[in-house]
Write a protein that binds this ligand. Structure first.
Ligand SMILES: [Zn+2]
Length: 320
């Protein structure tokens, strides 16, 4: 096990950029497996009531039970707490300057090594249990991407997914209850405009300029306009032959997505069945003119690099 490197398509960028939808689609392609946001695995998925996207409680899911059994010998010996502790000391935005520095930092290198020692058997087990040729990880954060890139059993292909900043900011401001957890109540959203807009700019600039210069940039709006073409472009980038069939696209913008086993991500991950890709311009009526102007001031320079305009509502997406 572990002799052949696992190809991982890593969806990078901001939250609320449509990565769950893109990840689910990629995971349904021949040889694919969407696992959700693996970065959140240790902190979220072990919480009571947390659901796998198949609908079972995460701890009761037969897929993850087999994965953890093969990787570590069973649920009881999963190095959960240790992974959480190490991740807190390396996989955070505050460590990004150290991770990016050429000389590196001996202490942080030791921490990365400790974390990858835990992650390598996990990714190997995912490959063995699923039989997949590639896995799709929508963790998005640059720090986790850098940790995966350092792993000897992973061949990382980074797809930088961008979405119009107004769509991302509005989605981050809108407060709603998560549907993918049972018992208890967890909310998402509720950010301030300034914080969300700054996050959009910094994260997209980090991916654009500083890390993984070979990343493939994909606009969420183009995924919605032409899903088949964008999937084909990503698969070509990842080194797979041209797409022939995309069975889950049942109409131009109609998808029929079965349940999968994603560990984390946007709550839409638990919704199986028919989805229609449609215009995502809720933000255009929801945001006041001065709010859009503020977003333009904070994000405009970077947004122009991705051909985003603030003149007219042009963003498209599913309403999630
Ligand atoms: Zn499951």
């Amino acid at each position: 096990m572990g002799h052949q490197r696992m190809k991982v398509i890593y969806i990078a960028g901001c939250g609320r950029s449509g990565s769950t939808l893109l990840g689910r689609m990629l995971g349904q392609l021949d040889g694919g497996l969407y696992v959700g946001e693996m970065r959140k695995l240790w902190t979220w998925c072990f919480e009571p009531g947390w659901l796998c996207s198949c609908g079972d409680a995460f701890r009761d899911c037969s897929f993850w039970e087999k994965v953890f059994g093969l990787a570590y010998g069973g649920w009881d010996v999963v190095p959960h707490q240790r992974a959480v502790l190490i991740q807190q000391k390396i996989d955070r935005a505050r460590y990004l300057p150290f991770l990016l520095s050429k000389s590196g930092n001996r202490l942080l290198k030791t921490r990365i090594h400790s974390l990858t020692e835990i992650l390598q058997p996990l990714y190997d087990a995912i490959k063995t249990v699923s039989g997949a040729e590639f896995i799709v990880d929508a963790s998005k954060d640059p720090t986790y991407a850098m940790i995966l890139a350092s792993m000897r059993n992973i061949d990382l292909r980074v797809v930088h997914l961008v979405r119009h900043p107004c769509g991302v900011v509005w989605s981050m401001m809108k407060k709603r209850r998560r549907e993918d957890v049972q018992g208890g109540t967890i909310y998402m959203g509720g950010s301030t405009l300034w914080k969300a807009a700054a996050y959009w700019t910094v994260w997209n600039r980090v991916f654009m300029h500083q890390i993984f210069s070979g990343a493939l940039v994909i606009r969420y709006e183009d995924v919605v306009e032409a899903p088949r073409d964008m999937l084909a472009r990503i698969m070509e980038f990842a080194g797979f032959p041209a797409l022939t069939e995309v069975p889950f696209i049942t109409g131009g913008r109609e998808l029929l997505l079965p349940h999968d086993h994603s560990a984390s991500g946007n709550p839409m991950r638990v919704a199986g069945g028919r989805l229609v890709l449609r215009g995502d311009d809720e933000w255009n009526s929801a945001l006041a003119r001065d709010q859009k102007e503020m977003i333009r001031k904070i994000c405009g320079g970077t947004a122009a690099r991705f051909r985003y305009s603030f003149d007219a509502p042009s963003a498209k997406g599913v309403q999630a």
